[in-house]
Design a protein around this ligand. Structure first.
Ligand code: GLC
Length: 756
């Protein structure tokens, strides 16, 4: 018991540091709360979307007029989707100069992967496994957004997911809680920096709390039904990592979790987040999620929804307009307590003070800085650097890549080859349309070869009017295929650029079939008939079904949606000016029937690797599909090769308080400098709750010159072996463990030890 107490004590100590309170701020918060009326307190809990173009006349009728009146009366605490110094200054002036107490607004925005300069989608950045670069990418995004008046981002999205049908896989860090936790920390630190009051840093937001990535059948907003073991061991770790990294806000999720909408889930928001994790920032609801509890069948009406949300720990109401409408009467009827309102308001004011908004409400409103920072060389170069590092080489038969730089006739074919929109991905709200560098433009930078471009087939029939519209896929116009085939016939090599339109992944973008959409497969096979020297460049926001391509196409490059600098990044990798170093953060399935598919699965009682006992059917398998993914988690090739020595362990017994050092020697056995992500997986052979067959517990990104070797060491300690066990306690359990170290989650290189 003593050991458990000490462990809990040290974990709590860590939380205290991460969520340390500043006494000076606390006294200001308390002094302000004492002056506030109940209406003004509730106003702080009310968040509006930008409801009028502030550079135009103020609204005089309808709900916009009412919203404007509330803003001018100090009944609004935050706004989202107001951007640009001019607009932000206008709304801030109303809040600060026209209201009784002049409490500044906190201005939120979905800075998911860049602002005007768009970085790779988060799933792509996660494929870099480069924590420093991911942190830098968030830092640069914060800089550009802060210069436009934004001081709070609704990111990082840290939802673990194993189902590529779900559109929002593009927004997170994939299927693994360890990688997801490390990336959550990097993004929070990138956005918030060391000092939140600096004008180039912004408050971050861990979302969507919790379980959203486990939406049943991969259908967005669908119900989530998972056990405590999965919740605590798979879903919560990245949120806990974000809290420990000092994230200042959380956003709850649309889904119900085991029957309770997260927006009103006391267990999640009060017991775990605010009590156990000692989180002292604030929780914002997702868009309208308080109101949606009526649709869930959890709240009788709007007023009841407001009561449930506040009691469940939601501090700010994003666009349900329920807190502003009903909290006062709920208080008067004794349905909610003033202490619950005060706690929410305290949390919100705390973050505003930390941002320095009371000291200078216009700290983020500097037109000169906005001009200087937006699209600056530093930010554009950062987007290119991140994009290159996010690319994953999936296949390179006979070293077809990198391309020769001269005397080649290259056919560049596909609906995404010249597309300047799709590479911007889904959350590109602040970016200009058509602002991405297309691959056609990137390839034109290399003058030594002859380049012929053909679209082949249109992917979509018309550009969606915006964010909300279904994408209309071309399913019947084959007219461009003949010209593409002719171009391929007369070329030395063909670069095919296929995948998903930018708005085919993201929120509300689930797909039941995750093959190449439209007529792209027809185009690929028609070109293959006349020229087999094909490099397939994929642009997509999720894992796709690629069986035919993997079987026939000699080189395949996963380039996701890489943002503003997409074309330059891909071209530099194709020509070998950057040696691809990415590794998959999500398994690529062979068929939708395998979903959800993930590497860290349980063994089952009938794992029978080769058909069970003497070929019987009685083992966990499909009669018509393999169990394994087409490409596993952690997989990615390079233009060079690496060898690994056997694993050395400093000991094969781990006693109390001891660590074990596991090491390998990695060598670059090729003729190009390259980076390798050395991955450490652990297997806990038996425990009070069944454990995954292996789990990522460490990785190191290492760059080696040709012939160069490096010893890579991992420290294994009890914390690394701990899990949420059958008793609901985080601890390591004695027993047998196996260490795997290698180039992806399929590695067979192993060594064993015993934990005493
Ligand atoms: C959306 C998303 C959430 C986003 C919010 C504000 O519906 O679920 O991730 O931050 O609304 O745009």
């Amino acid at each position: 018991m003593k050991k458990l107490f000490l462990f809990v004590f040290f974990v709590h100590l860590n939380n205290l540091f991460a969520q340390q309170l500043d006494p000076a701020i606390e006294s200001k918060v308390n002094a302000l709360i004492d002056q506030m009326t109940i209406e003004e307190k509730i106003g702080q809990m009310n968040q509006y979307n930008g409801f009028w173009n502030v550079t135009g006349p103020t609204p005089k009728e309808g709900d916009a007029a009412e919203k404007f009146q509330n803003l001018a009366s100090g009944l609004v605490g935050s706004m989202l989707n107001v951007r640009g110094v001019e607009e932000v200054r206008e709304v801030q002036k109303i809040a600060v100069e026209q209201t009784r107490l002049g409490i500044p607004l906190i201005i939120g925005f979905d800075l998911i992967h860049g602002y005007k300069t768009v970085s790779p989608i988060p799933l792509a950045e996660s494929a870099s496994w480069d924590l420093e670069s991911i942190k830098r990418s968030a830092e640069l995004a914060a800089k550009e957004a802060a210069a436009a008046g934004i001081n709070w981002t609704f990111a990082p999205m840290v939802d673990i997911t194993r189902d590529a049908r779900w559109g929002r896989v593009m927004e997170g860090a994939g299927e693994d809680p360890f990688l997801g936790s490390q990336i959550a920390i990097a993004r929070v630190k990138g956005f918030q920096g060391e000092d939140l009051s600096l004008p180039g840093t912004i408050a971050a937001c861990a979302k969507h709390f919790a379980g959203y990535g486990f939406a049943e059948a991969g259908r967005d907003y669908n119900t989530v039904d998972i056990g405590l073991n999965t919740l605590h061991n798979m879903v919560l770790p990245p949120f806990k990592a974000a809290a420990d990294a000092g994230v200042r806000t959380f956003m709850n999720s649309f889904n119900d979790l085991n029957g309770i909408p997260s927006t009103a889930d006391r267990y999640l928001q009060r017991d775990i987040l605010k009590k156990d994790w000692n989180f002292n920032g604030f929780v914002v609801s997702d868009w309208g999620s308080i109101r949606e509890m009526i649709d869930h069948g959890y709240a009788k009406d709007r007023k009841h929804a407001g009561e449930l949300a506040l009691k469940g720990g939601s501090d700010m109401d994003m666009e349900s307009l329920i807190y502003i409408e009903h909290l006062k009467s709920l208080l008067e009827e004794g349905k909610v307590k003033v202490s619950e309102i005060n706690d929410a308001v305290r949390r919100i004011l705390r973050v505003k003070f930390e941002l320095g908004l009371f000291e200078d409400p216009y700290r983020y409103c500097n037109e000169t800085r906005e001009q200087l920072v937006t699209g600056s060389k530093e930010i554009v170069e950062g987007a290119l650097d991140m994009a290159k590092k996010s690319i994953v080489l999936l296949k390179n038969h006979d070293k077809l890549l990198p391309l020769k730089k001269k005397d080649q006739k290259i056919a560049l074919i596909g609906p995404l080859a010249a597309d300047k929109n799709s590479p911007l991905g889904n959350w590109r709200i602040a970016a200009e349309n058509e602002s991405a560098i297309s691959l056609l433009e990137g390839m034109k930078n290399y003058k030594g070869n002859e380049l012929i471009y053909e679209q082949g087939v249109r992917l979509i029939n018309k550009i969606p009017a915006g964010f909300h519209e279904e994408v209309d896929i071309n399913e019947d116009d084959y007219s461009g295929i003949e010209a593409a085939v002719r171009a391929a016939e007369n070329s030395d090599i063909v670069i095919m650029v296929l995948g998903e339109y930018g708005f085919q992944s993201g929120e509300g973008r689930s797909r039941a079939h995750i093959d190449l959409p439209g007529l792209q497969q027809d185009l690929l096979e028609a070109v293959y008939e006349v020229n087999k020297n094909i490099v397939l460049v994929l642009m997509n926001g999720r894992p796709l079904i690629l069986n035919w391509a993997d079987e026939h196409i000699p080189a395949i490059l996963e380039s996701w949606h890489l943002g503003s600098q997409s074309g330059h990044a891909i071209a530099q990798v194709l020509y070998g000016d950057y040696n691809p170093s990415g590794k998959l953060p999500m398994s690529f399935p062979r068929s939708e029937g395998q979903l959800p598919i993930y590497y860290n699965q349980k063994s089952t009682g009938r794992p029978g690797a080769n058909g069970g006992d003497n070929g019987s059917v009685f083992w966990s398998h499909y009669g018509d599909e393999k169990n394994s993914p087409l490409y596993p988690f952690g997989f990615g090739l390079s233009y060079t090769t690496f060898s690994y020595s056997d694993i050395q362990l400093s000991n094969d017994i781990m006693n109390d308080g001891e660590d074990i050092i596991a090491s390998v020697i990695v060598k670059n056995t090729g003729n190009k400098t390259g980076k390798e992500v050395v991955q450490l997986y652990l297997k806990d052979h038996y425990a009070s709750a069944v454990r995954p067959t292996r789990e990522l517990k460490g990785f190191e990104l290492v760059e080696l010159k040709p012939g160069e070797s490096k010893k890579i060491e991992f420290k294994i300690n009890r914390q690394l072996l701990s899990f949420y066990n059958a008793l609901g306690v985080w601890e390591a359990e004695k027993g047998d463990f196996t260490v795997f170290i290698g180039t992806d989650s399929n590695t067979k290189r192993k060594a064993s030890f015993v934990l005493n």
